[in-house]
Design a protein around this ligand. Sequence first.
Ligand code: PLP
Length: 391
Amino acid sequence: MNYKISKAAASLSPSLTLAIDAKAKAMKAAGEDVVGFGAGEPDFDTPQHIKDAAAKALAAGFTKYTPSSGIPELREAIAEKFKRENGLTYKPSQIIVSNGGKHSCFNVICATCEAGDEVIIPAPYWLSYPEMVKLAGAKPVIIQTSDKTEFKVTPEQLRAAITPNTRLFVLNSPSNPTGSVYTPEEIKALGDICVEKNVLIMSDEIYEHLLYDNAKVKSVASFSPAHFEHTIIVHGFAKAWSMTGWRLGFLAAPEPVAKAIDAVQSHSTSNPCSFAQKGGVAALTGPQDHLPKWLAEFDKRRRFAHTKLNSMPGISCVNAKGAFYLFPNISKTGLKSADFCAKLLEAEKVAAVPGIAFGADDYIRLSYATGMANIEKGLERIEKFCKTLAK
Ligand code: PLP
């Protein structure tokens, strides 16, 4: 049988992160002492009151289909979150709850982009954005940034990349993979250009609550009614409430876009898991005291790893102000990222993610969402590896 694979599906790149992860897991399973820096999820458990709310809903038989875009109670709690934390007024009908932030991104791109459209994505980018754009038949337009600008795209770069075909600009702050955080002024400058050029912004704010060094975030939607009308915010429960496995994310969009996304979701996945949504309500309306504790722990690890990395031969690392990743520059080691990570795993049994997966081959991504003992051990090994390269 000669299976026909659609052009869109055939255009996708297999995930390098998953390949490295699979290799590290296979080594672990074979009894090897592998240190993993690959995690894209907090190493803390979901807070108990959130688990209790979902368990209670499950026990009470809250196990049937819900409205496709989420239960009213959760959509209202999300609208309330945007008002309380971001000063943004959304009607619950503008909120769509999906099966994770990734699904929310996919819904946005699927509902707004098609063949002939261009989507501007600053690199280093979260690796799924360009693949989602390709799946929609549209064209990813990558703007390259580097550690010299803390991986931030400049207004001039954005302006130069916009063409009459530009449909969407993807903004992700705090960023995966770099941990970079735009200042409110920088965000506004980028938003101003999108308003002027009539380009929609997909603002992925899933790491909004994970901030260090007094960094402040302000949603691009919040600068003016025009900014609001040009923005779709993507968010989710995965990172700040450690709910990656729950598959629960959400978005807030102008009414016509929300309506289109509602239709897309109703014909693809239908509603996100019923009792997980009850957990989502508890996450937003319940106590938030877990967060300062997690942030203090992340911050300790971030500071330690940043200092240690900068003491290694061939490595330089700007400090991240958000999320739970560092993105050190390895170009002076003489290796490109995939080679560096493959050799590091082979020689020192440390799993890191090559920057090439995020469109930045001079870097690697290290997640510090793992215990301090692991971080210390893993960084010692990376140092040893870099010393062998420097010889
Ligand atoms: N956006 C960014 C930038 C991410 O890093 C992730 C997860 O790694 C997501 C969205 C999606 O997360 P989830 O689908 O688990 O909610």
